[in-house]
Design a protein around this ligand. Sequence first.
Ligand code: CMX
Length: 441
Amino acid sequence: MGILKERFKAKADIAAVEIKDLLKEHGSKKIGEVQLSQVYQGMRGITGLVSETSLLDSQEGIRFRGYSIPELQDKLPKAKGGSEPLPEGLFYLMLIGELPTEEDVAHISSIWQRRSHVPNHVFDAIDALPVTAHPMTMFVTGIMALQTESNFAKRYAEGINKKDYWEPVFDDAMDLIARLPRVAAYIYRRKYKNNQHIHPNGLLDWAGNLAHMLGFEDESFKELMRLYMTIHADHEGGNVSAHTTHLVGSALSDPYLSLAAGMNGLAGPLHGLANQEVIKWIYEMREQLKTEKPSKEQIGEYVKKTLGEGKVVPGYGHAVLRKTDPRFTAQMEFGKKHMADDPLVQTVWNIYEEVPPILQSLGKIKNPWPNVDAHSGALLVHYGMVEYEFYTVLFGVSRALGVLASLIWDRALAFPIERPKSVTTALVKRWLNGEDEIWGD
Ligand code: CMX
């Protein structure tokens, strides 16, 4: 067993005993009451999941194992000469629960380099799709084609002891994370760069190598990728991509099947696809207004037009957050440092001034503030990555870090198959009339 695996196993054994004791003593304690409106409206606010890797506070935003994004930027190891955190370090933190040393991070970089080989049939599967296919369709196809490599699926077929499930899940997670940058870069270069692919550079860190294979050698783009891959990685357990990965994994579907399911959820416009929608929306605004840099008044009018057409303003609002997303702020800081004069980035900042009061004035939107997707595209465009349909793939590569670290924990803690109870409206009506009961199991 490798060092990382051993360390994880030691932590997981302690946690499993703690949880067992905790449930023995407090298992029947009530966490809260569920309202009928929550049952109908997306289970908002119902605590029903355990996800060890991060926790979201509605006011403060995300904390990964207790650390905020600015704290991660301060405390996680950096690339040589760089100032942004290496995502390898965040993965270590999410998996082990402690800050990594430089050596731990170098160890993960080298494991991921070693395991990054993508078999040819994966590229063939992607190539079988028309080049017009959406990059997220290609990405999920690539992940599904990689499933032939699943250690968990093989070991399960051989009859693995359930106590050992976590181990091949750990191996699959590491393999998958190692291979995703190559799959993502292949999709980008196939669709947008004439099928001219770039070999990996084994000397680079995971995110730096992704930037390199995409075709961006600028050191500050590599820094952006390190930041991007860190801040998009996890957002506790209830968001669609994390919850789906966890749910599908609970059926003992292997990590490839589980991640592909989660990525299909990320591809929805109310979730990860919002990052492409933001840039598309700004481009359309600029085209309609015939200006590269719309004024604040023009932006305000355009927002009202969007709302009037029954559409959402992409990049704004959140199911849990009630303040500006710290992931937005981290990207804004990056923008100020590297490209303060960029007209598109400035437009994003002007939108940030204009949109919240308008959304607030509608009276129904719980959070008028920007989320992570409001900013990310403008930074990518600055470096020349203008192909916005690709953006959600980048989100997905990063999100794999969090959801796969969680999946390893799920199996180590022997979480059972997920199966909440559903009801029909007919039953709800009978229950309201006192003619029937709504059972909890
Ligand atoms: N623009 C217009 N209307 C919005 C809105 C926005 N940005 N955000 C919320 N609303 C509307 C909702 O559609 C809902 O309208 P109806 O009552 O007519 O159905 C109402 O305001 C109340 O919604 P809410 O409780 O404030 O928000 P939800 O928890 O239901 O939804 C989210 C959260 C993110 C789906 C929603 O804010 C939204 O659609 N935002 C735009 C898309 C987006 O940026 N998604 C990315 C989120 C981050 C991520 O996962 O990557």
